[in-house]
Write a protein that binds this ligand. Structure first.
Ligand SMILES: [Cu+2]
Length: 368
């Protein structure tokens, strides 16, 4: 598995190396360097220092980066990590869909051996993917078992935010309903001030509203990918890291992830069979970074840009998903292989926003 992934990612990570810390490496060692970078991508991180705690890098602003710093046994930890379920869940029956979310302060792992003190809907970040169809009523209940006020803002709702999205005191709950009248894939998040901190601490997720009046073409596999970035006040290896306000203001993340954990779908690829249509429901949670969605080795056959499900573009290479926005993408891939799914803003790849779509059973790709 490892060798093959390395081989496939060499070309990709050679490009990453161009924008990464390996800029200074020239000619003679380029091939070796690309291999090392690909190796670190297997561990879910793009930095050449992956798997080996490196000296913190101070910046011109005096901010310290912990990007790429993982536990020594990063590869083993990445393999053991149970990936966030990316499969789109089924739509519950009934006119009303009850969604009960309990907010708790939790320590989550965001990269191999890197822990973070998060505020999590239902015990992690992102919160659970929610799937309803157009016309259903969504009844949200948020229970605050944290230590400060929180709230929940659904971008899929047309509702007075001062009432529905208001702060919920510790130990209390709020319930509101909205009709899922607008198809698409929408972000939900805590809207309590400072929103930057509440999103950065893990309070976000995605809701898919399936169109009924104008259904989408059939897909064989459907995955929900939520991008987000993490701002750490320490490496998170000896003890959990917490949120760093100055780095969040400077938009200087340490990790950028699909579904909350760096590179988890490299170690545990998403799968399809040759000729299958694979649909990605993508939300860029931010709090501040956009995602430039791209699948290496293919072209986006359909792209519902800005999750406007009334029309799609065809034959598109990369589509921007703004922070706080969503989009939907179909790919149909005939040739077996390992196809990286990433943000083509390569600093994000270097910090962990890369996964693999494994099509078929490419020779030597292991038994995932
Ligand atoms: Cu909150």
């Amino acid at each position: 598995m490892k060798t093959i992934v390395i081989a496939v990612l060499v070309a990709l990570l050679s490009l990453a190396a161009l924008v990464g810390t390996t800029m200074a490496v020239v000619s003679a060692d380029v091939a070796q360097k690309a291999k090392a970078d690909a190796e670190s991508a297997v561990q879910g991180v793009g930095s050449a220092s992956a798997g080996h705690p490196a000296a913190p890098a101070a910046t011109g602003q005096g901010l310290v980066s912990f990007a790429g710093q993982t536990a020594e046994n990063a590869e083993e930890l990445a393999a053991q990590h149970e990936p966030f379920p990316a499969q789109l869940p089924p739509i519950p029956d009934g006119e009303v869909v009850d969604v009960e979310l309990t907010l708790k302060d939790v320590v989550v792992e965001i990269a191999p051996g890197v822990e973070y003190r998060a505020w999590g809907f239902e015990g992690g970040a992102p919160g659970p993917a929610i799937h309803v169809h157009e016309g259903q009523t969504v009844r949200i209940t948020l229970t605050n078992q944290g230590t400060i006020p929180h709230s929940i803002d659904f971008h899929a709702a047309r509702i007075a935010p001062d009432k529905a999205f208001r702060d919920v005191a510790v130990g209390e709950s709020i319930t509101y309903t909205f009709e899922a009248s607008d198809p698409g894939v929408f972000m939900y998040h805590c809207g309590t001030k400072p929103v930057l901190a509440h999103i950065a601490n893990g309070m976000y997720g995605a809701i898919v509203v399936e169109p009924v009046e104008k259904p989408l073409p059939r897909a064989d596999h459907e995955y929900v990918l939520v991008s987000s970035e993490w701002y750490l006040n320490g490496p998170g290896i000896e003890e959990p890291a917490s949120y760093d306000t100055l780095k969040a203001h400077a938009v200087m993340p340490d990790w950028v992830t699909w579904n909350g954990y760096a590179g988890q779908y490299v170690a545990h690829p998403l799968t399809s069979d040759p000729g299958d249509t694979v649909r990605f429901w993508v939300v860029a949670a931010g709090p501040s970074l956009d995602t430039d969605f791209h699948v290496v080795g293919t072209i986006l056959d359909r792209a519902w840009v800005n999750q406007d499900l009334t029309r799609y573009q065809t034959g598109v290479q990369t589509v921007g998903v703004p922070a706080g926005g969503g989009a939907v993408f179909d790919v149909t891939i005939a040739e077996p292989g390992l196809y990286p799914v990433l943000s083509h803003s390569f600093a994000s790849v270097d910090m962990g926003q890369v996964g693999i779509l494994k099509v078929g059973n490419p020779k030597g790709a292991g038994g995932h």
